[in-house]
Design a protein around this ligand. Structure first.
Ligand code: NAD
Length: 485
């Protein structure tokens, strides 16, 4: 398997070797060590923040139109290097080449939104009384930070960094320690695209880096994407230190399937939502609530799930621990009386015997109180709960602590609207299993799937990464009226 030089930090445009203890970077498709990364210290965060601070005046002093030019160049570089970037995601994260390519394409779409900012972020101006005008300008915040998870090594950094930077901020990024390679490549390509030194800095590592970011007095805002457990820690700590913070957490997405749903489309969509990216998507289907008589749809789901070939149309999960955790959930559900219709335990991929593969798994007759019905499994596993009617199904969805996505499969507009109104989730799908809002719409969940105001992408991100400056001016000294009149 391809190996990569040891990962460094990226501060003030330079790759800086860290003196810190290192950790292996392991490819989950083979279990082999492919690189190492430093578990950097808070002093390295200080250096990155100092670099971002020094770069801020010149960068924020440019016009928005000038700043986006770099992202036009960068978008071309992403397109020109798509094969290599795809392979990098495949190797470090384990998802299939097709899924990895889709991820990079999504990063390109995110850049396209960022370069459209001059068309969207127009300031406001009004003559509020004779000769007196009020204007509102959007100004950057200063140094900001982004903390990202393992499951989209290329895309999730692109949720925040292009928007934050084109809006005039300078950034410190802390990628997941499990997948640092794509983020480092992002920095290389942005440098090639013309991004000045210090505008983007990367500090690799784990908890110590995150804590140093949350505590840093010069960081004005932090975005976090990861598990709910850590989202809560980061949100509380960053907010306590007076940073603006949006922290996206985990998920337990419910798909409500009604008997009138189109059988083939529903079976395909539910299975693709559950097994795509090996179930390691915060938008993945995790619970299917089958309303009334849906056996014919479940039978078709089983047919579709059995067509999936681990190692070909299904990637690996991220680690040995993840594989063990997922398989334990399945075993516990079975012991509690649930019925395993398709069993992904003990999956072996020929030639990749040391990779971390779990096959697609469908568990039927799950009870709402079971762990597989309540907790985030983050693997290619779906739990089916049977409900007698739609009200009961919506009640099951509502009882989840999470609230990222929910979806309904039906041919009835009236029943679909009932779910759209009643589901307690931030992103709703109607006959769509992974209802990710595409740019310029914003991405973000409800309940314990997101902490903070606003969403992380799209138009909502403009609010997050900027502050309004309100200026009231009067240039008519000859007019003796009070400016408030
Ligand atoms: P994670 O929470 O373990 O890690 C996320 C980041 O937090 C990483 O950079 C990691 O180094 C850091 N971190 C981990 N433990 C920490 C601690 N104790 N203190 C401080 N920092 C810590 O998440 P993950 O396993 O990398 O990613 C999977 C999770 O992310 C899933 O729960 C998934 O649902 C969630 N996720 C959510 C969204 C969303 O939009 N809501 C999107 C992608 C992933």
């Amino acid at each position: 398997m391809t190996t990569f030089p040891p990962v460094t930090n990226f501060i003030n445009g330079k790759n800086l070797k860290s003196e810190a203890q290192t950790m292996d970077v392991i490819s989950p498709i083979s279990g082999e060590t492919i690189s190492s990364l430093p578990l950097s210290s808070h002093q390295e965060v200080d250096a990155a923040v100092a670099s971002a601070n020094a770069a801020f005046p010149a960068w924020s002093g440019m016009t928005l139109k000038e700043r986006v030019q770099i992202f036009f160049n960068y978008r071309t570089l992403l397109q020109n290097n798509i094969e290599e970037l795809t392979e990098l995601v495949h190797i470090e994260n384990g998802k299939t080449m097709g899924e990895a390519r889709a991820e990079v394409l999504k990063s390109i779409e995110l850049c396209e939104f960022a370069v459209s900012m001059p068309q969207i972020v127009t300031n406001e101006i009004q003559e509020v009384s004779k000769g007196v005008e009020c204007r509102i300008e959007r100004k950057p915040l200063g140094v900001v930070a982004c903390i990202t998870p393992f499951n989209f090594p290329n895309m999730v950094p692109h949720w925040t960094i292009p928007n934050a930077i084109v809006l005039g901020n300078t950034v410190v990024l802390k990628p997941s320690e499990l997948v640092p390679l794509s983020a480092m490549r992002m920095a290389e390509l942005l440098t090639k695209a013309g991004l000045p030194d210090g505008v983007l800095n990367i500090v690799n590592g784990g908890k110590e880096v995150v804590e140093a970011i949350c505590d840093h007095p010069d960081i004005k805002a932090t975005s976090f994407v990861g598990s709910t457990r850590v989202a809560k820690i980061v949100y509380k700590r960053a907010s306590a230190n007076l940073q603006r913070c949006v922290a996206l957490g985990g998920a337990k997405n419910h798909l409500l399937v009604l008997p009138d749903a189109n059988v083939q489309m529903t079976a395909n969509d539910v299975v693709a939502s559950m097994a795509g990216c090996a179930g390691q998507r915060c938008m993945a289907a995790s619970v299917m609530v089958g309303v009334d008589k849906v056996q014919h749809i479940i039978d078709q789901m089983v047919v579709e799930a059995k067509k999936i070939i681990p190692g070909e149309s299904l990637g690996s999960v991220i680690s040995k621990e993840a594989k063990e955790r997922i398989e334990k959930y399945i075993t516990e559900a079975e012991a509690q009386g649930a019925k395993i219709l398709v069993d992904g335990r003990n999956t072996n991929v020929k030639g990749r015997e040391n990779g971390y593969y779990v096959g697609p798994t469908i568990i039927d007759y799950v009870k709402p109180e079971m762990a597989v019905a309540q907790e985030e499994i983050f693997g290619p596993v779906i739990s089916i709960i049977r409900a007698k009617d739609l009200d009961e199904a919506i009640g099951i969805e509502n009882s989840s602590n999470y609230g990222n996505a929910a979806a309904v499969f039906t041919q009835s507009g009236a029943l679909a609207k009932k779910v759209m109104a009643g589901a307690s989730a931030g992103m709703i799908g109607v006959n769509i299993g992974v209802p990710v809002p595409r740019e310029p719409f914003s991405f973000g969940g409800w309940n314990e799937s997101k902490f903070g105001v606003g969403d992380i992408t799209g138009k909502s991100s403009i609010e997050f990464w900027t502050q309004n400056k309100k200026t009231t001016s009067k240039w008519n000294p000859e007019d003796k009226r009070d400016w408030m009149s």
